[in-house]
Design a protein around this ligand. Structure first.
Ligand code: PBG
Length: 328
């Protein structure tokens, strides 16, 4: 049968019918909200390049999280801006470090909010690279214990899950071994498995002050042309003990997300990164696109492509819209 017997438009005639036949639904459960805590602040500071996002003093955990909890967002992903940096990022693993303090404050105020931490050296090194240096190259193997130490300090402060974003080879195994050795076998690892060397991290680097002082991250983050390599990275991370794998950024890599979703059994996360967020906010502020509809379409597309979890700066907005029934 074909036209005129078959008419796909029959199923698009009313809002009720469209909702009934919709294949992809968003839920507040899908979202993880990134938050930035800054040790040098006493009041929140707006991030210019990311309208609507702030850096928070570590004591402001309750103010930062209360709106998320109220909207039904279940998880946060923490980043830290320390008060001191050195060559090996030691401020990232101090028990009284900015992220560690924020974890404790969040867990105190909202014990059920699921706290995930980004594990990386770039916010804590004076050179801004994600690992320690040997000359002007990043020394993979000597970075691994530093990452493991940071992850352990997050878990000791109360983090529920750790998420290494550095792209060193072998870091998932190093974190798993360190956590297990200290009695934290129950803490899962979400690996930034397919993390591309992307221009879309631009606004984040303002938010986290983590721009490399020289060079770029192309010797450790992935080349945008590669998809098979993403599957290889995912397989390695799973073999090392990753519980959740991630594709990052989301929008230019939806094909990679779909391939990863089809290749593995574990949950797959997608990171809808800072540049993807800021493009929408900038265009909406200029009056060039409809902010609400664009956000909904982008998040739906990421979920349709295969994301079980969506890390997004739109999390609070999306959860509120869903709660209010505005996206039915
Ligand atoms: C740290 C890290 C980055 C992001 C998450 N973790 C920056 C980078 O690798 O340069 C990017 C997040 C975003 O752009 O929203 N390595």
């Amino acid at each position: 049968m074909a036209f005129p017997e078959i008419r796909p438009r029959r199923l698009r005639r009313t809002p009720a019918l469209r909702a009934m036949v919709r294949e992809t639904h968003l839920s507040p459960d899908d979202f993880i909200a990134p938050l930035f805590f800054d040790a040098r602040l006493t009041v929140p500071l707006a991030i210019d390049a990311m309208p609507g996002q702030d850096r928070w003093p570590s004591g402001f955990a309750e103010q930062a999280c209360a709106p998320l909890v109220e909207a039904g967002v279940r998880a946060v992903l923490l980043f830290g801006l320390p008060d001191a940096k050195d060559a090996v990022g030691s401020s990232g693993s101090r028990p009284d470090g900015v992220v560690q303090m924020a974890i404790r404050a969040i867990k105190h105020a909202f014990p059920d909010l699921y706290v995930i931490t980004d594990v990386c050296l770039c916010e804590y090194t004076d050179h801004g690279h994600c690992g320690m240096l040997d000359g002007d190259t990043v020394d993979n193997d000597r970075t691994l214990p530093l990452l493991a130490r940071q992850a352990l300090s997050h878990v000791e402060a109360g983090a529920d899950m750790v998420a290494p974003s550095d792209m060193m080879d072998g870091r998932v195994g190093a974190l798993r071994a360190a956590l297990d050795a200290e009695g934290h076998a129950g803490v899962p690892i979400m690996a930034y498995s397919a993390k591309y060397a992307s221009a879309f991290y631009g606004p984040f680097r303002e938010a986290a002050e983590s721009t490399p002082a020289f060079g770029d991250r192309r010797s450790y983050q992935m080349d945008p042309g590669n998809a098979r390599e993403a599957l290889a990275e995912v397989a390695l991370d799973l073999a090392e003990g990753a519980d959740v794998v991630m594709v990052k950024p989301a929008l230019p890599y939806l094909d990679v997300l779909r391939q990863v979703r089809d290749a593995v059994q574990c949950p797959v996360a997608a990171y809808n990164v800072s540049g993807e967020y800021s493009m929408i906010m900038a265009a909406a502020r200029a009056g060039w696109i409809d902010e609400d509809r664009t956000i909904r379409e982008v998040l739906t597309g990421i979920k349709r492509a295969g994301a079980d979890l969506i890390i997004s700066y739109h999390s609070l907005y999306a959860a509120r819209q869903l709660r209010a029934g505005a996206w039915e």
